[in-house]
Design a protein around this ligand. Sequence first.
Ligand SMILES: Cc1cc2nc3c(=O)[nH]c(=O)nc-3n(C[C@H](O)[C@H](O)[C@H](O)COP(=O)(O)OP(=O)(O)OC[C@H]3O[C@@H](n4cnc5c(N)ncnc54)[C@H](O)[C@@H]3O)c2cc1C
Length: 318
Amino acid sequence: MARVVVVGGGIAGVYFTSRLLELVKDVEVVLVEPEDHHFFVVGVPMAFGGLLDFQELVFPLAALRRVRHLKFAATALSQEKDKPCVRGAREGPVCGDYIVLAPGAVRIGSVNYWTLNGAQELYNKVVSAKAVRFIVNVFTPVMGFQELAYAIKSRFPEKEVSVHVVYASPDYDFLLDAWASKAREIGVEVSSDPPEWRQGELHVSVPAVKAHPLAANLEVAPTTFETDIERVYLIGDSSLIKLDLPPVGWGALWQATIAAQAVASEILKGHVEVEVNQWGGRDKDSFRNWLTYRMTTGTPLVHLRGLYDLWKKIIKNL
Ligand SMILES: Cc1cc2nc3c(=O)[nH]c(=O)nc-3n(C[C@H](O)[C@H](O)[C@H](O)COP(=O)(O)OP(=O)(O)OC[C@H]3O[C@@H](n4cnc5c(N)ncnc54)[C@H](O)[C@@H]3O)c2cc1C
């Protein structure tokens, strides 16, 4: 039976696992993840918007039936007896016929809205602030601040909410431009100037994001996401950054679907075969077009609710 080691139980790792188990009935999946739970980070704005409780975004990995969870942080890749493997500081090697790296990205900054505690802490500050201003002044900002701004404005219409994109990589332009006109429609101000400081306001400096150390020296094929190490794939935020795409969950879903098809077809047919999927197309340019369309037409919180309901079913089946 083929053995697939998935490193990282976030959006990309979970969705990859779910698609793989649908495509190949007879496969062993091992999940290397340092946390006890999966955190549905894309849903954080829903909790800010009051659509659900923060705790509902947490899914314990001990409840998984078809996936074996190994609790450690992978620190290095290696090759043992012709198989790709990962090791932790004290653990391993854990080897498989395939390794799928989905460790997310490293986020650097003074605010943290992608973990349970960090998101709750920020929410508490939002509640008592007169106005909330997100300031982007880094080359590669952590995405999600736009959805948080929407959610805060929807829940607290009396608060002023604004986004100040003072500086960001041109790679984000296509996404932020499409988003800005929608934001203005619902009352979130968008500008390229920094805000003035006023008493009682909350200013949130959006942190920067960079590729995970595990991914640092890898090259990624833009069509299958296999790396330059055979049978090692890289998907999710780190992969998107390496491909000059913004690190967003839609990208993680697109890549997870494609990588699952690639691994499944190789297991079942002996060669890699992938088809265009509903999440975004055949390559990075078609994904970029799809995402721009999605950003200009979407109604974020409602879309997220649908995704969350789908997600609960996905986790239940793992
Ligand atoms: C508040 C917020 C709202 C967002 N909203 C949206 C949205 O509406 N739409 C959208 O498209 N995107 C959104 N995003 C972006 C989206 O959440 C990310 O792009 C997505 O989570 C990336 O998935 P990932 O699996 O690559 O990383 P993550 O979801 O961050 O998961 C990475 C996982 O890897 C684990 N890990 C880390 N290091 C190691 C290691 N060494 N070994 C093993 N495991 C490791 C982590 O513990 C984690 O579980 C939002 C982000 C935030 C913060």
